[in-house]
Design a protein around this ligand. Structure first.
Ligand SMILES: Nc1ncnc2c1ncn2[C@@H]1O[C@H](COP(=O)(O)OP(=O)(O)O)[C@@H](O)[C@H]1O
Ligand SMILES: [Mg+2]
Length: 279
C-alpha cells in the first residue's frame, strides 16, 4: 500500500480548463519526490488534493489506501504535512513560538508535549533565535522556516512542500537542501516537493514526476527523466546545469558519463582528464 496514491484524479476550477486531467501519482515510502513542470501545469492543484484542501471531483485520492473523506480529514492532515508556497498563508500567530505550537495544540496534545515538539521543530530548522519574534516581520527565508517548523511540529508522516525555494536566496536554498536531505537521511521522511528549478531536483530528489497542462507526461528516476531532453524543452524546462554540461561535452566527443551531482561531475571529469586522486 502506498502512502499516497491518486487514481485518475481530475480537477476543474470554476469556468477554467482542466487543472488536473486523470493524474495517477504515487508516493512510495522514504523517497524524495519532485513534481516539476512549468507554471500552470497543475502542481499546486495536485498538492491541494493531498491533504484535502481540495476534494476530488473526479477520481480518487488515497492516503494509506483510504480515500479522503470529511470524517478522516483531521487524521489525513496530521499525516500529510503541507507547506504552501506563500508562508503568509500559513503563519498567523503573534509569535513564532505560538505559531509553531498551533498545529500540535490543535491535535489535542498536552502543553508539555506541545512545548517539546516546538523545541524540536525550532531546533531542526535552526530558528531557536526567532522564538519570540513576530512572524510578520521576518525575512522570506525565515518565514519559510517557520512555516516548515509548524508543519513538522505535527510530526507528519509525509512532508509536502509547494515551491519550497520560491523567494529564497542562494544561501536559503542551500540550507533548505541540506535540511531536507538530513530529514530524509536521519528519519527516513518521505518528502514531496514541486519546483520549476531543475537544479534543485538533482540535489534533493530520488524520483521525479513531470507535469504539463494537468497531466503527468513522464515519471522516473532523476537520470530517467533528464534523459528526455527534448520533451523537457518542449514544455520549456531547461536541463539542470550539470547534466547539460556533460551532454554537450559528450556531443563534442568527450568520453564521460552524464553526471547529475557536483560530486559525480567532478569524478567524471577528473577521470577523463586523468587527474591524480584528491590528496
Ligand atoms: N484558485 C484557482 N481558480 C481558478 N483557476 C485556478 C486556480 N488555481 C489554479 N488555477 C488554474 O489551474 C491551472 C493549474 O494551476 P496550478 O495548479 O496553480 O499550477 P502550477 O502550480 O503548476 O503552477 C492553471 O491553468 C491555473 O490558472
Ligand atoms: Mg504552483
Amino acid at each position: 500500500m502506498h502512502l499516497i496514491e491518486t487514481v485518475n484524479l481530475s480537477h476543474a476550477y470554476r469556468d477554467s480548463v482542466r487543472a488536473l486531467d486523470s493524474v495517477n501519482f504515487v508516493a512510495p515510502r522514504n523517497l524524495r519526490i519532485a513534481v516539476i513542470g512549468p507554471n500552470g501545469a497543475g502542481k499546486s492543484t495536485l498538492f491541494r488534493h493531498l491533504n484535502g484542501v481540495l476534494m476530488a471531483q473526479s477520481g480518487q485520492v488515497l492516503i494509506r489506501g483510504e480515500p479522503i473523506t470529511k470524517k478522516n480529514l483531521k487524521e489525513v492532515r496530521k499525516f500529510i504535512g503541507v507547506v504552501f508556497q506563500n508562508p503568509d498563508d500559513q503563519i498567523f500567530a503573534p509569535t513564532v513560538e505560538q505559531d509553531v505550537a498551533f498545529g500540535p495544540t490543535n491535535l489535542g496534545l498536552d502543553e508539555t508535549t506541545v512545548m517539546h515538539r516546538v523545541d524540536e521543530a525550532l531546533g531542526l530548522l535552526d530558528i531557536e533565535y526567532l522564538r519570540h519574534r513576530a512572524p510578520h516581520h521576518l525575512s522570506g527565508g525565515e518565514k519559510k522556516r517557520v512555516a516548515i517548523a509548524g508543519v513538522l511540529a505535527m510530526e507528519p508522516g509525509v512532508l509536502v512542500m509547494d515551491e519550497p525555494t520560491a523567494g529564497l536566496d542562494p544561501r536559503g536554498r542551500d540550507d533548505l537542501v541540506r535540511f531536507v536531505n538530513s530529514l530524509w537521511n536521519q528519519y527516513g521522511m518521505t518528502v514531496i516537493f514541486s519546483t520549476h528549478e531543475l537544479d534543485l531536483v538533482t540535489r534533493m530528489a530520488d524520483y521525479v514526476y513531470v507535469m504539463d497542462q494537468g497531466r503527468i507526461l513522464v515519471q522516473g528516476t532523476v537520470p530517467e527523466v533528464f534523459e528526455q531532453e527534448e520533451l523537457l524543452q518542449r514544455i520549456r524546462l531547461d536541463l539542470p546545469v550539470i547534466p547539460k554540461l556533460c551532454r554537450s561535452l559528450r556531443r563534442r566527443g568527450a568520453v564521460i558519463p552524464v553526471a547529475y551531482t557536483l560530486e559525480e561531475a567532478e569524478n567524471a571529469l577528473a577521470a577523463a582528464l586523468a587527474l591524480r586522486p584528491r590528496p
